[in-house]
Design a protein around this ligand. Structure first.
Ligand code: OOB
Length: 524
């Protein structure tokens, strides 16, 4: 069983020679930032502020605190923190120690946290205490029983100690594990190295023209790849700018922060962009500092894209990325039709793109096909997932994204759909099989199929088609949803709709046809 699939030596050599991989760790990077930008403000959370120097110091103390607890290099630590200032010292401290943060979202619950803690043999779990009226102490107590290696449950206000003075880790080491959107029964974990991730951060900061004048509002969950590195909080720190933590992405919370902190850029998923566009049209809050709105995570409609500049008075950048690596951006000097009508082009000249048919044969230029990719910051395998890796990657190391795209002569990609069995609920990814497995655990359920149904706001919602066992007492949709909730699944994975049917539409070879289910065909 391989924890981590390294890049082949020849590729690694090429990425070093090209200057992508600079042999720098996050710890060294942060020391460099503190030396360059010392007294400038790095992070803002309400009235609290961290300068670059104090962020560096806080990271060292966090590393020291974890070391005092017996956490050491290579250990995994589940991090479930919302958009609060402490996120950065905790994560940068773990990087410095060489322990691996395992990033989860505040919305994750017993099923996800329990699985992730167990699958990574995590020794510690960092949570926010109480947040948004949810008590994470209770969640911690529940998962402790199912994760045998878990020794420490920590809230960030307790991690203060003497500074860590150990030796630095290696830039080729895995720095953290990120969660995959997934298309299988259990979430997969993505190992990212210091070398590969810092390359994507540096290159993203440059593409997005960040500077020490940049003020970035972290509105989406900060632990998501988009918010963290595209260019996100790390890209902004790299440029010497300022990160403003936004506790919730609603206009009511975000707009006053934009005005107060003179925010210059932020990143949203399409449904939030729609909400912001509507709210801005009727708002008298001063949003004039905003220069750039990034939108990604799910397909933004051309219509909504065209409204961003006139309504918000700032430029739009589309971002099509994935936690596994590849990130595409529209560029500031792209003509408007590319900014509005495409999802951008890759970060790196060495991002290899193949667009293939079902037999892995390249389609004709401009045709829609399956996107495969390989490159200097795209993983070669999931963490501890040999069997899955054999299908998720080609023999020559291309990641099968599961996205259906076409490519324009300029290199820009247009996302036309998806082949993976996943629902993209306004940027939140749901693996159909994961929800199906939970539904199948209900004694009255014979069979189930979870599919996406179109939604005007979220783009997609989930619908669970359920076949009940003969003779089983009738269930209501509400009872089905309550059952899934009782299994400890994050709220966004609970089926929006439940339909009871007596059979599923089939393909010619007798398999369930999810394509026909999505269209509501062949049901009875
Ligand atoms: C981002 O990362 P993930 O890992 O949550 O999800 C990746 C998947 C992609 O494979 C694609 O299916 C979808 O999300 N996606 C988009 C998209 N951006 C992501 N589909 C259509 N249009 C887009 N602009 O979602 C992510 C990671 C880094 C930066 C931005 C997004």
């Amino acid at each position: 069983m391989n924890d981590f699939t390294p890049w082949p030596g020849s590729a690694a050599e090429r990425y070093r020679a090209a200057g992508y991989w600079q042999g720098e760790t996050f710890s060294a990077w942060l020391n460099g930032l503190a030396a360059r930008f010392g007294d400038r403000v790095a992070v803002v959370d309400g009235a609290r502020r961290w300068t670059y120097a104090s962020l560096n110091e806080a990271a060292s103390r966090t590393a020291g605190a974890f070391e005092d607890l017996g956490v050491s290099r290579g250990d995994r630590v589940v991090v479930q923190l919302p958009n609060i200032g402490e996120f950065l010292p905790v994560v940068l401290g773990l990087f410095r120690l060489g322990a691996l943060p395992v990033f989860t979202l505040p919305s994750h619950r017993r099923a996800e946290i329990g699985h992730i803690a167990a699958a990574t043999d995590a020794v510690a779990y960092v949570h926010p205490g109480v947040w948004e009226r949810f008590d994470y102490h209770e969640l911690a107590a529940e998962v402790s029983g199912t994760a045998p290696a878990l020794r420490h449950v920590i809230t960030p206000d307790t991690v203060r100690s003497r500074p860590f003075e150990g030796t630095d880790v290696s830039a080729g080491d895995v720095a953290f594990l990120q969660l995959s959107g997934g298309s299988t029964g259990l979430p997969k974990l993505i190992p990212r190295t210091h070398d590969d991730y810092l390359y994507s951060v540096r290159a993203s900061a440059e593409i997005c023209r960040l500077s020490s004048e940049t003020v970035y509002l972290a509105a989406l969950p900060v632990a998501h790849n988009f918010t963290m590195s595209s260019p996100g909080v790390l890209g902004v720190l790299h440029a010497g700018g300022r990160v403003v933590m936004c506790p919730a992405p609603s206009p009511a919370v975000a707009f006053p922060l934009i005005a107060a902190e003179r925010v210059t850029m932020t990143a949203l998923v399409p449904p939030l962009a729609l909400v912001w566009l509507d709210a801005a049209a009727h708002s008298d809050v001063d949003l004039s500092s905003l220069e750039l709105l990034q939108v990604g995570g799910a397909r933004l409609s051309d219509e909504a894209a065209a409204r961003v500049e006139p309504v918000l008075g700032c430029a739009l950048q589309q971002v099509f990325g994935m936690a596994e690596g590849l990130v595409n951006y529209t560029r500031h000097d792209d003509p408007p039709e590319l900014v509005v009508g495409t999802q951008g082009r890759p970060i790196s000249p060495d991002d290899e793109i193949r667009i293939v048919n079902a037999s892995d044969v390249e389609v004709a230029a401009g045709e829609v096909g399956h996107l495969l990719t390989r490159g200097p910051y795209t993983i070669r395998g999931y963490y501890r997932a040999d069997a899955h890796n054999a299908v998720a990657f080609t023999a020559d190391g291309f990641y099968r994204t599961g996205d259906l795209v076409r490519q324009l002569p300029s290199g820009h990609l247009v996302v036309e759909g998806r082949a993976k069995d996943q629902i993209n609920r306004g940027g939140e990814k749901i693996a159909a099989e994961e929800v199906e497995n939970h539904l199948l655990a209900h004694p009255a359920v014979l069979d189930v199929s979870v599919v996406a149904v179109p939604d005007p706001v979220l783009g997609e919602r989930t619908c669970a088609y359920v076949i009940l066992r003969a003779g089983a007492a009738a269930l209501t949709a509400g009872e089905v949803r309550a059952f899934v909730r009782s299994r400890g699944l994050a709220a966004y994975k609970i089926p929006d709709r439940v339909e009871f049917v007596s059979e599923f539409p089939q393909t010619a070879v007798g398999k369930i046809s999810k394509a026909r289910l999505r269209r509501g065909e062949g049901l009875s």
